[in-house]
Design a protein around this ligand. Structure first.
Ligand SMILES: [Zn+2]
Length: 418
């Protein structure tokens, strides 16, 4: 018998609100993170009772990764699906402007308020609710359904990357992060620490000998040398502006931002070290690996014509697995394969459920969909919640949108996992 998921989702909705209310009550703010054991235990138990095969392992003390697989009845031949979501939420900070308590689910005029309702515990609740409905109505999918519950996303932590490196895969992935039910790809981001370091250390009094031709000492201030690096990065940014573009993005969003600078010892020294923290944005059809190469090659041209840089090479530390632990992050880009079977199916399920065409476009921000795609899993970003609500004061989500999303997930998994 063909299920009418829209109807079943609607009839059982109390369960969805109960799940979301539990998820919101865990104060999983990141940074600082290290506070997700409670919410992960809740999800573990929830999925365990529904017959999932579960694996949970620690990424940081107090933050673990969780994967639950609902085994399909023909798991070897049938297609599998990943639903990926993060259970950490953005910082709340000063709560005086909140008119609703951030960690208590509150309803008002068809909207649900609380930190994480839009980004993205609402979506995670829909995924868990979907699994619960499958069980309730005795519906067994053909292929495996894999729920990935990730931590640290708000702090650039590479939880999804770690899950994929552990060997989890599927035939298609949906990153359920905030996209207002638009089907999206994304550009990528990588951070880097660029270091200029002098082999020699000089007293401030020697500066005269370094900067004037008759001074006779070969040396330089690392801070002044970093000025050349910054200038050179600005040139590269301009070259990218002139030479690159991608449909769906404004021109010039592929920026190189000199975000933080640290350097020098104190006023009695010529600075012998200077570090620059940059954030590099790139288009969906570029990889962070190719961007690394371009930046390094461009700065190498600067180094080639400068004798000091030849003696004191520019150093790079690219990316990182956590903004908290190592002040570095990567979110790979994700192109959308519009004509793939999975994307076409998702579009058609969306259209049938909502009686309107799905928007297929590019997210201006970054999410874990990049890691799914980087890991070789064709994937899209597709989740409930308005991007403007993510991280906002009085964050909220429309209740009807969560019901719609649950029904779409169920329809999609039934048609895909066959
Ligand atoms: Zn998010």
């Amino acid at each position: 018998m063909k299920m009418n998921w829209t109807k079943s989702v609607d009839e059982n909705q109390e369960m969805l609100w109960e799940i979301l209310s539990c998820l919101i009550s865990f104060e999983t703010v990141s940074p600082p993170g290290r506070n997700s054991d409670g919410v992960q235990a809740y999800i573990y138990n929830f999925l365990s009772e529904l017959g999932a095969e579960l694996e949970q392992w620690e990424m940081y003390s107090g933050d673990s990764l969780l994967v639950g697989v609902i085994p399909g009845k023909r798991r070897k031949e049938a297609k599998s699906l990943i639903l990926n979501g993060h259970v950490d939420v953005a910082v709340v900070g000063d709560t005086s402007n909140w008119t609703h308590p951030p960690f208590e689910l509150t309803e008002e005029n068809g909207f649900l308020y609380g930190r994480g309702t839009a980004d993205m515990k609402g979506a995670m609740a829909c995924a868990l609710y979907s699994v619960w409905l499958l069980k309730k109505y005795g519906v067994k999918l053909g292929g495996d359904l894999q729920i990935q519950s990730v931590i640290g996303e708000e702090a650039g932590e590479a939880g999804t990357r770690a899950i994929l490196e552990r060997g989890y895969k599927a035939d298609f992935g949906i990153c359920m992060d905030t996209s207002n039910l638009e089907i999206q790809g994304q550009g990528g981001v990588i951070t880097a620490w660029i270091t200029v370091k002098s082999k020699d250390v000089f007293h401030d009094a020697v500066r005269r000998n370094l900067i004037h031709p008759e001074g006779g000492i070969f040396g330089a201030s690392a801070i002044e040398k970093m000025q050349d690096v910054i200038q050179s990065l600005r040139e590269l940014e301009e070259i990218w502006y002139e030479t690159k573009s991608y449909s769906g993005f404004e021109r010039g969003v592929n920026t190189i931002n000199p975000a933080v600078i640290e350097g020098g010892r104190n006023a009695a020294f010529v600075a012998d070290e200077c570090k620059l923290w940059v954030t590099v944005h790139f288009y969906p059809n570029e990889s962070y690996e190719s961007v690394i190469k371009e930046v390094e090659e461009h700065l190498q041209k600067l180094a080639n014509k400068d004798p000091w840089f030849r003696e004191n090479p520019i150093q790079f530390k690219w990316g990182g697995k956590s903004m908290i632990e190592e002040r570095g992050e990567i979110f790979p880009s994700a192109e959308i394969e519009k004509d793939s079977e999975a994307v076409r199916l998702l579009c058609s399920v969306h259209e049938v459920c909502l009686s309107k065409k799905a928007n297929v476009n590019m997210n201006p921000s970054v999410t874990d969909v990049g890691w799914l795609v980087h890991g070789g899993i064709p994937s899209v970003l597709y989740g409930p919640g308005c991007p403007e609500e993510a991280h906002s004061v009085d964050e909220c989500v429309e209740m009807q949108q969560l019901l719609d999303y649950s029904a779409i997930l169920l329809e999609f998994m039934e048609k895909w996992c066959i």
